[in-house]
Write a protein that binds this ligand. Structure first.
Ligand SMILES: O=C(O)C(=O)C[C@]1(C(=O)O)C=C[C@@H](O)C=C1
Length: 360
C-alpha cells in the first residue's frame, strides 16, 4: 500500500527533527574547535579542511541527492559553523547584487559579514588594511579573457591567493517593465556590455549602451528611470525591484567568471594540501631568445601540468612581459617542489601568488 501525502510529510518532519539535532551537535563541535583555535591564535577559516569535507562527502554520496547539491548544502552548514567560531568579513566589488557578491557567497556561504567595495583596487586595499579578512576578485572570464586590473594589482600586493571559485554568469535585461518597448539606454559594466553584444545588436540595435561602474549600479539607475535598462543578475532584479525583460542574454551560454579569494599571509598561511590543489605564480624571464620556452622545460621534466599561461606587459617600454602561470599540485609534493625550484632559477622575477584547493 503506497504511503499517503500526510504520512510522507510526517516522515519528512521526523527526519528534519533528527537533522536539526545532528546539525546542532555538529555546531557544538565546531564551537569547541573555535575555542582551541582562539587559544592557539590560529585562523578560523581553513579552506583545505572545507575542501576535504566536501570531497569526502561527495565520494561517499549514495544519492539520490546530486553531488553538487551536497557541496552546496555543506558549504552553508560549514559557513554557519564558521560564523559561530568567528564571523569572517569578506570584501568584494559591490554594491549588493553583483556577481562578485554571488562569488563570495558561493565560496564562503551566506554566514559572512559583507564588505562591498567601489572598485577592485578598493577590494585589495580593504583586505590589505584588515578592514576585511578576505577579498574576492574576478580574474578571468570565459568570453572576455583576463580581468587585467586584478592581475596587475597582484604584482605589487602583499595579499596571496588562498582559494578560487567560478560562477556561471547569466546576464538578464532588467527594467521597470517586462517588455523591450521604449528602452532608450542600456547601462552596465563594460564587460557585461561586451558579453551581450550579439543579443544587443539583434534586439536593441539602435539603443545607446552606457558603461557604468558595475552591473548592480546600472540596475540601480534603471530602477529610477523607465527608459533605462540594466544588465545584471537575477539577484539584482530582486534587490532593486526590477522585472526581467529578457533572460540569459549573454552571447555564450556557458559564460563563466573565475574569482580568486585573497588575504594577508598573517590572516591565513598557504593552505595545506587538500588532494586537488593549484599553485599560481607570476614570473618574468630575461629578454633573450628561447627564454619563454626554457621555463616550460622543468614542468615537463618533473611531470607538472600547467593549466594557465597568461602574459601582461611589464610596462618597461622594452616589450617585456610578466607571465601568470597556474600549475596543478601542491609544493608539499616532491615533483612540484622540484619543478618550482628549477623554474625559479630560470626567472628574472618570481613570485608565488598562492597555493590553494582547486575550486568548483
Ligand atoms: O575543522 C575546523 O577547523 C573547523 O573549524 C570546522 C569547520 C567545519 O564546519 O567543518 C568550520 C570552519 C573551517 O573553515 C573548517 C571546518
Amino acid at each position: 500500500m503506497p504511503k499517503t501525502l500526510s504520512e510522507l510529510r510526517a516522515g519528512i518532519d521526523q527526519v528534519d527533527r533528527e537533522l536539526l539535532a545532528l546539525l546542532n551537535r555538529r555546531a557544538a563541535l565546531a564551537n569547541e574547535v573555535g575555542e582551541i583555535k582562539r587559544a592557539e591564535g590560529s585562523p578560523v577559516f581553513r579552506p583545505e579542511r572545507e575542501a576535504q569535507v566536501i570531497n569526502g562527502l561527495q565520494s561517499a554520496n549514495p544519492g539520490p541527492l546530486k553531488d553538487r547539491n551536497v557541496a552546496h548544502i555543506w558549504r552553508e552548514i560549514m559557513s554557519a559553523c564558521r560564523a559561530l567560531e568567528a564571523p569572517q568579513r569578506v570584501a568584494y566589488l559591490g554594491p549588493a547584487g553583483t556577481f562578485s557578491e554571488a562569488a563570495a557567497l558561493q565560496f564562503f556561504g551566506s554566514s559572512i559579514e559583507h564588505v562591498p567595495c567601489v572598485s577592485i583596487d578598493e577590494v585589495f586595499r580593504a583586505t590589505a588594511a584588515g578592514t576585511a579578512e578576505y577579498g574576492v576578485v574576478p580574474v578571468e572570464n570565459s568570453t572576455e579573457g583576463v580581468v587585467a586590473r586584478s592581475l596587475d594589482l597582484f604584482l605589487g600586493s602583499p595579499l596571496h591567493i588562498v582559494g578560487e571559485t567560478s560562477l556561471l554568469v547569466r546576464h538578464n535585461l532588467l527594467r521597470q517593465s517586462n517588455s523591450l518597448e521604449g528602452v532608450q539606454a542600456v547601462l552596465a559594466h563594460p564587460q557585461a556590455l561586451a558579453q551581450c553584444q550579439g543579443w544587443l545588436n539583434n534586439h536593441l540595435p539602435d539603443v545607446e549602451r552606457r558603461a557604468v561602474s558595475s552591473n548592480a549600479e546600472g540596475a540601480r539607475l534603471a530602477a529610477g528611470n523607465p527608459a533605462w535598462a540594466g544588465i545584471a543578475s537575477d539577484r539584482a532584479a530582486t534587490e532593486f525591484g526590477l522585472h526581467i525583460a529578457a533572460h540569459a542574454i549573454q552571447d555564450d551560454a556557458f559564460n563563466r567568471t573565475r574569482f580568486a579569494v585573497v588575504c594577508l599571509p598573517q590572516t591565513l598561511a598557504a593552505p595545506e594540501a587538500s588532494g586537488k590543489d593549484c599553485v599560481s605564480l607570476i614570473v618574468s624571464v630575461p629578454n633573450r631568445p628561447g627564454a619563454v620556452h626554457d621555463i616550460l622545460v622543468p614542468l615537463k621534466h618533473h611531470g607538472v601540468s600547467m593549466t594557465r599561461f597568461e602574459s601582461r606587459p611589464a610596462r618597461s617600454g622594452q616589450w617585456e612581459y610578466y607571465f601568470y602561470i597556474d600549475l596543478q599540485g601542491h609544493p608539499s609534493q616532491p615533483h612540484v617542489a622540484a619543478a618550482l625550484k628549477d623554474l625559479q632559477s630560470l626567472c628574472a622575477f618570481y613570485k608565488v601568488l598562492g597555493t590553494y584547493p582547486l575550486g568548483e
